[in-house]
Design a protein around this ligand. Structure first.
Ligand code: BDR
Ligand code: CA
Length: 308
């Protein structure tokens, strides 16, 4: 089977961890590396979680690299209380993941991304499930990469629904609107997987129960993490499928209704962090950015039901 070359760029909280485990175990994915960013947790906690998740699923061959530690506009990352509530103090729902003896690679994530993007000019997909700071920094550092012909699939934004941080802004975009604007307007082929679709698909307490009863350590720990996430997000026995939807979209875009739009991001005023169609470009042909507006939720849910 042809496996898709993927790099994951994560702010490893609970749904990022599920996305990572899913990609790491998928026979459809060749996982080239994991780059870490801030958001649900600080960058170093996030890469630590990624190392532990990879060890848990037996993928200690995948390199993990640490990326930017705060947004383009700030000098320091300040974690929102809401992130600690949803993902737990340690980012993985207070689960005691066995500590991986591995350490993060010496190469910075941005250098790694630049190297990989130059090596694979078109045969690579970068899936982002956190703020877009690493990718924006790549473009600022190496403007020639604006002509890169690979794919970016990003979980983030909201087009037809309201945001989940402010009325307008979704969390990953809200963390670094300037970075998101750079990426959206870059000319890279970006597929946005926004709240419009991620909130239509659900993981349920029955999935957590099934994962737990698989008898493996990984199933038990992920079952606990999912229960924690359900209790602190939607409640009522189910939750949205944000980050794992981006992996499913990268592998199976046919499950989604995807429309081309010239997207941009508002960076000023009350709608700072809002993802919108660029009104200046309404008559321009062939947008590089696309937006998922509907999804066959059953397909996404089936993909995630039996990971272990
Ligand atoms: C996004 O925000 C984070 O809390 C989740 O991990 C996901 O990437 C959803 O808005
Ligand atoms: Ca995330």
């Amino acid at each position: 089977m042809h496996r898709k070359k993927i790099i994951l760029d994560l702010d490893t909280g609970i749904d990022d961890s599920i996305a990572l485990a899913f990609a790491a175990l998928s026979s459809e994915v060749e996982l080239l590396g994991v780059t870490g960013t801030f958001g649900n947790v600080d960058t170093m906690t996030g890469v630590r979680n990624a190392l532990d998740v990879l060890a848990l699923v037996g993928r200690t061959d995948v390199p993990v690299l640490a990326g930017k530690t705060c947004s383009l506009a700030q000098e320091q990352f300040c974690r929102h209380a809401e992130s600690a509530r949803i993902h737990g103090e340690n980012g993985v729902g207070q689960a005691n993941l066995p500590r991986s003896p591995r350490v993060v690679e010496k190469e910075p994530a941005v250098d790694f991304l630049i190297r990989m993007m130059n090596e694979y000019r078109d045969g690579l997909t970068i899936v982002t499930t956190g703020p877009l700071t690493n990718l924006a920094t790549v473009l600022l550092r190496d403007p020639l990469l604006h002509t890169w012909r690979g794919q970016v699939v990003m979980m983030g934004g909201a087009l037809t629904v309201r945001g989940n941080v402010t009325h307008f802004a979704e969390a990953n975009i809200a963390q670094d609107p300037e970075a998101a604007k750079i990426v959206m307007e870059s000319g890279l082929s970006v597929t946005m997987v926004p709240l419009d679709v991620t909130m239509r698909s659900r993981l349920r307490s029955s999935d957590a129960e099934r994962w737990r009863s698989s008898g493996s350590d990984v199933g038990r720990l992920f079952g606990c993490m999912l229960d924690y996430y359900i209790a602190n997000t939607l409640g009522a026995d189910e939750t949205y499928i944000h980050d794992p939807s981006a992996i499913v979209c990268a592998l199976h875009p046919e499950y989604f209704t995807i429309l081309p739009f010239h997207m941009t991001v508002e960076t000023e005023g009350v709608d700072r962090g809002r993802t919108v169609v660029d009104h200046r470009r309404l008559r321009d042909r062939n947008p590089a950015t696309k937006v998922c507006l509907d999804v066959d939720a059953g397909q996404v849910e089936r993909n995630l039901a039996n990971i272990w």
